[in-house]
Design a protein around this ligand. Structure first.
Ligand SMILES: Nc1ncnc2c1ncn2[C@@H]1O[C@H](COP(=O)(O)OP(=O)(O)O)[C@@H](O)[C@H]1O
Ligand SMILES: [Mg+2]
Length: 293
């Protein structure tokens, strides 16, 4: 059963939005958004499933959340959210639309900036193109509490530029040796470009907890031995048919089947304390631009 009622409630309840804004003002929330990157070494590990669900789960908590689909060229967050955006990052990069016009509203009031399908220029941007894009995205930091960036697999130039400026990174991996080895390479590069980076590891699509435990033992053992430190294990999401059903329904699993094992694992990830404290004094996109130089 698809139960969209919390979503509809949110949309129809402007009072809640006013109360939330007042709460934020009382709490003296910072003006600029917290920015959290979501990446993986290997492709198809479940980054987009995690990113879309995280965006919805955090929006359900009353945060103003923006998801930027930076898997440019192979973007599919809009599909997972059941959205059909008219504009995407490519249009923004080309200066054809203002960044505000490219945002679309998704479940629970979260917003998406889509990556666009087949935008190969954006998949391998030059330094100048990235710089222009970061400048265009900068105003968004004042409009949102949390910006989640869904990256393409691997260690692309644009991913490294984000990691150099980010305060938190979520690495999504399978429990298999290939996934672990690629996640290790990403972790190692992330620490190199940004020694302050807080890294959280998520094991996705695992057959059982024992498989994730044993993968974590191997992974953290290698990190300790060769790098001298380890990331934080922040959650385990089981392989769950509710996920593929939710993908088919184009509704994130945390709304489609909130009681499913996958939704519970994703909720655990959404509570990583670094997501709350990943704030910075200077603007993220300014630091990301500087990292390009
Ligand atoms: N926990 C899970 N259980 C079952 N299937 C999953 C799970 N996570 C992801 N999938 C499946 O894997 C596919 C790829 O996931 P996706 O998030 O698009 O990967 P990525 O963004 O890393 O390339 C999804 O379409 C979904 O069907
Ligand atoms: Mg993806």
């Amino acid at each position: 059963m698809i139960d969209l009622s919390p979503l509809d409630l949110w949309r129809r309840n402007p009072l809640q939005k006013i109360l939330d804004t007042e709460r934020r003002m009382r709490e003296g929330a910072p003006r600029t958004a917290r920015v959290v990157s979501i990446a993986s070494g290997k492709g198809g590990t479940g980054k987009s499933v995690l990113a879309t669900n995280l965006a919805v789960l955090r929006a359900q908590r009353g945060e103003r959340v923006l998801l930027v689909d930076f898997d440019a060229g192979l973007a599919n967050d809009h599909l997972l959210l059941g959205l059909a955006p008219s504009f995407d990052l490519g249009h923004v990069a080309e200066g054809r639309v203002g960044v505000g016009d490219a945002l679309v509203e998704g479940p629970c009031g979260m917003r998406l900036l889509s990556g666009g399908v087949g935008r190969h220029g954006l998949a391998n941007p030059t330094r100048r193109e990235l710089e222009r894009l970061f400048k265009a995205l900068r105003p968004l930091e004042d409009e949102f509490d949390l910006i989640l960036v869904d990256h393409g697999a691997g260690i692309a130039y644009s991913t490294l530029a984000h990691l150099a400026a980010a305060t938190a990174l979520i690495v999504v991996t399978s429990h298999e040796i290939t996934g672990l080895s690629d996640a290790y390479a990403l972790y190692k590069r992330g620490r190199m470009v940004n020694p302050e980076l807080k890294v959280g590891m998520v094991f996705n699509r695992v057959p059982d907890v024992a498989a994730a435990d044993s993968a974590w033992e191997r992974f953290s053992g290698a990190c300790k031995r060769f790098l001298g430190d380890v990331p934080t294990r922040i959650g385990t999401v089981p392989a769950d048919s509710a996920v593929s059903e939710s993908v088919d329904a184009r509704v994130p699993v945390c709304v489609f089947a909130p009681g499913s094992r996958a939704a519970r694992g994703l909720t655990e990830v959404s509570r990583w304390p670094q997501i709350d404290i990943a704030r910075s004094v200077t603007a993220f996109y300014e630091r990301a631009s500087r990292a390009l130089r």
